[in-house]
Design a protein around this ligand. Structure first.
Ligand code: ADP
Ligand code: ADP
Ligand code: MG
Length: 472
């Protein structure tokens, strides 16, 4: 096993990895920016070092991180999610410096990191993909010709996109003509690659993803699925496991497709294969995330498998600790991403000082957080404060438990998404499993995000118009 692990990340996921290392008796090194010096994860690591004064650059500085790892006598690096987690150059640089990257091989990351090449691969092996192109679009003419062929609405996507960014719905030809040049420029600016492509926009789908584990001995298993349909702006807010939609037959079929996807690129470590499922229960490969996912906790709760420990064991050359035949999905789990944001103001981030903090407890409750009373939430990062995960024997039990846990949760000083989640737990549509990816947008009134949601959009449009005007 490893002598010492450096965590090339921050926030709740850094603490999650520290916890796995502690159980494996591996000392840890945390890295932090000046803004993160007071983070809970920094206190919980065995050692911590400043990775750079600026808020972001340090976490992305491959050579500085590898240097620190060497100075500290580290032999493996866990990248968490975001930042360098899906960067094949980082994985390769670790390897070339004699450090183990706790994640998939660089080649597998390359093959899946790009949505277009991932779609090509899936087509080759016979996994159904969302209907659309398997090559980047060369020109607006091509885009229009192809969209006319598959029919509107279509979705324009950045091939290197992620985190819900770089996606544009085009309801007609005019939309497409308007969005296409902006999408290309934006893709280049945000993801470093101009490549965009087109997919059929699936009407009100469910987002269902499969957790897989693959080791260096060639074992690949899946740990069931998560339903991540509750999203705002294509970003997940609530995730549940198992899905209420799948039966055993569909679960087996999609699980096998996920395993085939992983095998096709020589994958090792933990990974997630995302699918959309339409109203006729047809499924389509969406993308593969080659990292630990934010919502891995719900899978852990229903399978009892510690995914981060498995990643570490696999990276150290050990086999997966359970065979497929021993994976059972027990009960139901729900995760709410407790964000510092204001759902009544278009989910605008609300950084600031947490003046009081008291987390829920009791049967079936799990908190993965990075906060405490007195902590100042920095404005530079995503707004995730903590993940609240509950587990219960039945779906109804899990919903009631989440309602109770949200009631107990006290976070003062900054606005959070807690009141918003309470409303969702009270909603009969959610309670009876009637939700898809359009849920939040179609329940704005019920969830009390209506008025400001639209006003905010209007304000943004006006601000954009003023900005565009002043540039001339
Ligand atoms: P998950 O599927 O695990 O929920 P998210 O899409 O919410 O993942 O992303 C997890 C984290 O990674 C977020 O902080 C998100 O901003 C970041 N992220 C994911 N992909 C990218 C990307 N291509 N570029 C920048 N950030 C990304
Ligand atoms: P990201 O890399 O940002 O996670 P994804 O391709 O995984 O992007 O899509 C994120 C979300 O956007 C999906 O969960 C779904 O809600 C929506 N989405 C993506 N593609 C489509 C599509 N073709 N039709 C309908 N919704 C889509
Ligand atoms: Mg995705």
């Amino acid at each position: 096993m490893f002598k010492k692990v450096l965590i090339a990340n921050r926030g709740e996921i850094a603490l999650r990895i520290i916890r796995a290392c502690k159980e494996l008796s591996i000392p840890t090194v945390a890295i932090h920016s000046e803004a993160d010096a007071t983070g809970l994860y920094v206190r919980k690591a065995d050692e911590a070092c400043l990775v750079g004064p600026g808020p972001i650059e340090g976490y992305l500085n491959i050579y500085r991180i590898i240097d620190l790892a060497k100075q500290k006598g580290v032999d493996a690096i866990h990248p968490g999610y975001g930042f360098l987690a899906e960067n094949p150059e980082f994985a390769q640089a670790c390897q070339e410096s004699g450090l183990t990257f706790i994640g998939p091989p660089a080649a597998a990351m390359r093959a899946m990191g790009d949505k277009v090449s991932a779609r090509q691969k899936m087509k080759e092996i016979g996994v159904p993909i969302v209907p659309g192109l398997i090559e980047p679009i060369a020109s607006l003419n091509d885009a229009v010709r192809f969209a006319d062929e598959i029919g509107y609405p279509v979705m324009l996507k950045a091939s290197a996109g992620g985190g819900g960014r770089g996606l544009r719905i085009c309801k007609d030809r005019e939309d497409l003509k308007r969005h296409f040049p902006i999408a290309q420029t934006e893709a280049k600016a945000s993801f470093g690659k101009e490549a965009v492509y087109l997919e059929k926009y699936i009407h009100a789908p469910r987002h269902i993803e499969f957790q897989i584990l693959a080791d260096q001995e060639g074992n690949v298993i899946h740990l069931g699925e998560r339903d991540c349909s509750i999203q705002r702006r294509h970003q997940k807010l609530i995730e549940i496991a198992p899905s209420l939609l799948l039966d055993e037959r569909l679960r087996r079929e999609m699980g096998e497709a996920a395993i085939a996807a992983a095998r096709s690129v020589g994958y090792t470590s933990a990974g997630t294969v995302e699918f959309l499922v339409d109203s006729s229960r047809r499924y389509y490969f969406l993308e593969m995330n080659t990292r630990i996912q934010v919502e891995h906790t719900v899978t852990e709760e229903i399978t009892g498998v510690d995914l981060v420990k498995e990643m570490i064991r696999i990276a150290a050359g050990r086999p997966i600790s359970i065979p497929q035949s021993q994976v059972f999905l027990r009960g139901h789990a729900i995760e709410c991403r407790i964000n510092a944001e204001d759902p009544q103001k278009n989910f605008i981030p609300t950084p600031g000082k947490i003046t009081a903090y008291s987390s829920p407890g009791g049967i079936g409750i799990r908190i993965d957080g990075n906060v405490y009373a007195g902590y100042v939430v920095p404005p530079y990062y995503d707004s995730l404060l903590a993940k609240l995960t509950v587990r219960a024997r039945t779906w109804d039990g899990a919903v009631q438990r989440m309602r109770r846990a949200l009631d107990e949760y006290v976070i003062r000083g900054v606005k959070t998404s807690i009141p918003f989640y309470k409303r969702i737990m009270e909603d009969p549509d959610f309670q009876t499993g009637h939700f898809d990816t359009t849920y939040i947008d179609s329940h704005l009134d019920k969830l009390n995000v209506a008025a400001d949601y639209f006003r905010m959009d209007k304000m943004l449009a006006i601000a954009a118009a003023i900005a565009a005007h002043s540039k001339r």
